[in-house]
Ligand binder design. Structure first.
Ligand code: TK8
Length: 351
């Protein structure tokens, strides 16, 4: 399928270039010393970008923006195909496909990335980022770049941070307002040890599960609840199977725009610059959309019948205290120095 497609694209490129009076569509490779426009270098390539969320989510809108920029800037020599709702698999499967070069782009949360690069666990420390602006400053700054660089060893290229957002708890048992209220709730978590242990420390009974299986698990009552940003809760229609929403904001979830390294390495330098720029540019747009959505859907979710519970500062502090041992344990695993760099960057961003 892929071969046929790219053969077709190369074919039509040859026709296009001949019509333009060009003629050199020799294979690009990693570098080129040809100063011609991108459309005249390298062979036409296709990026298949897949995510777990559906096509209404700002994450998909961000991918549409990425597609628009890339196809325009490359004069169509880079085509982008978009897949949503886990059409290409769950986060882990898609990341593995990127490693092998059988898929080009995916945009997972940092949580599943920690199974590939353990240091990423730090970004899922509960209550780490105070707000999105601080997260932007840290992730877009030196510290964030340092983590993106670690992905290369795993055959992945991290092009940009996007935003999933602050995660909130939903469940079917009770309005969760206090630490006590977590007790015994069976909560689906992402496949990440920090999340697992944090929910255990809060007194819940966490069950790690791929996102693609979550709706059915809630519907069938396999789990009492889950946690995700409001945009996901609303756009995935979790209100149809969940009654209570709590403003726990227990962790900020960054998204990372990942590209297959074998694919990236095969692009010309100009093509690499185009996808890099586009991932950042589309990310700015995506962050704006998702922030508005996460805020606006608080009302929408109540209109859909969910009971909304705010958490008092005092109760939140009890939750923060409860997960402290988990943060200490994983700080050791990540490396105290690296964790300190993250804390320092957070502090610097708040000045
Ligand atoms: C979508 C996931 C999802 C994440 C989760 O593929 O698994 O709960 O928040 O949005 O990345």
């Amino acid at each position: 399928m892929k071969k046929t497609l790219s053969a077709l694209l190369v074919g039509s490129m040859a026709v296009f270039l001949a019509a333009c009076g060009g003629g050199d569509n020799s294979k690009g490779g990693g570098t080129t010393d040809d100063a011609a426009a991108p459309a005249e270098q390298g062979e036409a390539v296709t990026i298949r970008a897949g995510i777990g969320l559906n096509s209404e989510h700002p994450q998909f809108k961000g991918l549409e923006k990425f597609k628009e920029i890339v196809e325009e800037e490359s004069n169509g020599t880079i085509q982008v195909e978009l897949y949503h709702s886990g059409q290409l698999g769950d986060d882990r499967t898609m990341m593995e496909a990127l490693q092998l070069g059988s898929q080009e782009v995916t945009v997972p949360s940092t949580a599943p990335i920690a199974n590939f690069v353990p240091e990423f666990a730090v970004f899922d420390f509960p209550f780490l980022f105070p707000n999105s602006e601080v997260a932007d400053a840290v992730l877009d700054g030196e510290v964030g770049t340092k983590f993106l660089d670690m992905l290369e060893e795993q055959n992945l290229v991290g092009l940009a941070y996007w935003e999933n957002g602050f995660r909130n708890l939903t469940n079917n048992e009770r309005a969760v307002a206090t630490l006590e209220d977590f007790k015994g709730l069976t909560i689906r978590t992402m496949e990440n040890e920090v999340h697992l242990e944090a929910f255990r420390a809060l007194g819940a009974n966490p069950t790690p599960m791929a996102f693609t299986e979550l709706f059915t698990a809630m519907q069938q009552g396999t789990v009492d609840g889950q946690e995700n940003p409001n945009a996901t809760i609303y756009l995935e229609k979790y209100y149809e199977v969940q009654s209570y929403l709590s403003d726990t904001r227990h962790v900020y979830s960054p998204f990372v725009f990942l590209m297959s390294k074998p694919f990236y390495d095969g692009l010309t330098e100009e093509q690499q610059a185009i996808v890099r720029e586009a991932a950042l540019e589309a990310g700015k747009y995506q962050r704006e959309l998702v922030r508005q959505a996460n805020e606006a859907y608080i009302t929408s979710l109540q209109e859909e019948g969910m009971t909304y519970t705010e958490i008092s500062d005092e109760d939140r502090q009890e939750m923060i205290d409860a997960v402290q041992p988990v943060i200490e344990k994983f700080s050791e695993r990540v490396g105290a120095e690296l964790v300190q760099e993250v804390y320092d960057a957070i502090e610097a961003a708040q000045q």
